[in-house]
Design a protein around this ligand. Structure first.
Ligand SMILES: Cc1cc2nc3c(=O)[nH]c(=O)nc-3n(C[C@H](O)[C@H](O)[C@H](O)COP(=O)(O)OP(=O)(O)OC[C@H]3O[C@@H](n4cnc5c(N)ncnc54)[C@H](O)[C@@H]3O)c2cc1C
Length: 342
């Protein structure tokens, strides 16, 4: 079994940044990625809001640059599936399709996948008018006509945000009322640029190659109609990739990992970074920031253990859920409940 100071699970921007910081801190570092390094950046055609690229940068280009930087500082990247993980002991044990590994610290950076509609045309038009992120892609729809699918906090709040760019926003929601917070509902219903198609679902997305229309079905009447749009934002929730860690680490009700501000979880030596943890703003730059903080915390942990110091567990009350209290999360209860019905 190969032993490391730090094993990072997940090679998106959070994991790659953690690997850069960890390797530069002279920690013997392994990054395990199950598909390809880069995570969701790989499916982001054009990134305009990552600092340092005034003309924007393609997602795949940023993936390669971050991966090269990781390898330059000597971290090892292993492409493997994890079959079991034991985070509870002083030595963390990870079995994968590429062999067994152990480490003093683990940084969990598995991200969260956006939920898809699963309708014809969605996959083909992704990045060509089909989007899963209003903050990321909203500015590309200046003066355009768009649709938003969903009825939770994220869909409703982001519809208002999208009117900063689009002239016309149609929310398509399968129920006859929103699940979003009352205040958000009032704001959206009062916005003259937003209309709502209640009791309706998207059945097809068309475009050649860019989205130009949707086929929408009214669930009450069964009638199908065509909606001409330049883009559609699918905002029906996300799924964090945390099932395989079971109950070892404390998760919130939706499967996101709870951490404190130093990215520590409830288990000493186990940290989490990026979209996989409970937080309010999921972007590349915030994932990178989390990764840097997690690696710094891992470094301090290794130093403390090597100095023979005892490292106490973070008390449950110190984890982020208790700190943020009532602040609404974009991945709120209402969004998820709605998503399961879409
Ligand atoms: C279509 C789209 C466009 C976006 N555009 C932008 C943008 O323009 N600007 C911006 O700032 N943000 C954008 N975002 C958001 C941004 O991509 C995410 O916030 C960011 O990628 C999160 O980084 P992460 O490292 O936490 O997770 P991810 O990028 O999701 O990476 C997680 C990685 O972990 C791997 N993994 C998961 N489980 C395991 C496992 N068990 N074992 C090994 N590996 C595992 C995955 O394969 C993946 O590679 C966009 C998101 C989407 C969906």
């Amino acid at each position: 079994m190969t032993n490391y100071d730090t094993i990072i699970v997940g090679g998106g921007p959070a994991g790659l940044t953690a690997a850069i910081y960890s390797a530069r801190a002279r920690l013997n570092t392994l990054l395990i990625e199950k598909t390809y390094p880069g995570g969701l950046m790989m499916i982001s055609e054009h990134i305009e809001n990552y600092p340092g690229f005034p003309s924007g940068v393609s997602g795949p280009e940023l993936c390669v640059a971050m991966k090269d930087q990781v390898e330059k500082f000597g971290a090892k990247i292993e492409m493997a599936e994890i079959s079991s993980i034991d985070l509870t002991g002083t030595n963390k044990l990870i079995s994968t399709t590429a062999g067994d590994f152990s480490a003093k610290t683990v940084i969990l950076a598995m991200g969260a996948k956006p939920r898809r509609l699963g309708v014809p045309g969605e996959k083909e038009c992704q990045g060509r008018g089909v989007s899963y992120c209003a903050t990321c892609d909203g500015p590309f729809f200046k003066g355009k006509k768009i649709a938003v699918v969903g009825g939770g906090d994220t869909a409703v709040e982001d519809s208002c945000y999208l009117t900063k760019f689009a002239d016309d926003v149609t929310i398509i929601h399968r129920r006859d009322k929103f699940r979003a917070a009352k205040m958000l509902q009032e704001r959206v219903l009062a916005n003259p640029r937003i209309q709502v198609l209640w009791d309706s679902v998207v059945e097809e997305i068309h475009g050649n190659p860019d989205v130009d229309r949707l086929i929408v079905r009214n669930l009450m009447t069964g009638s199908r109609s065509e909606l001409k749009v330049d883009g559609v934002f699918v905002l029906i929730g996300q799924e964090p990739d945390t099932e395989f860690i079971g109950s070892q680490v404390i998760l919130d009700d939706f499967g996101y990992i709870l951490t404190d501000t130093e990215m520590r979880t409830n288990i000493p030596g186990v940290f989490a970074a990026g979209d996989v943890r409970q937080k309010t703003f999921r972007q590349i730059v915030t994932a990178c920031a989390d990764g840097a903080i997690a690696a710094n915390s891992a470094e301090k942990y290794v130093e403390a253990v090597e100095a023979g110091e005892l490292v106490a567990a973070v008390p449950e009350t110190g984890l982020i859920q208790d700190i943020i209290g009532e602040i609404p999360s974009p991945i709120s209860d209402s969004t998820i409940l709605d998503a399961t019905k879409e």
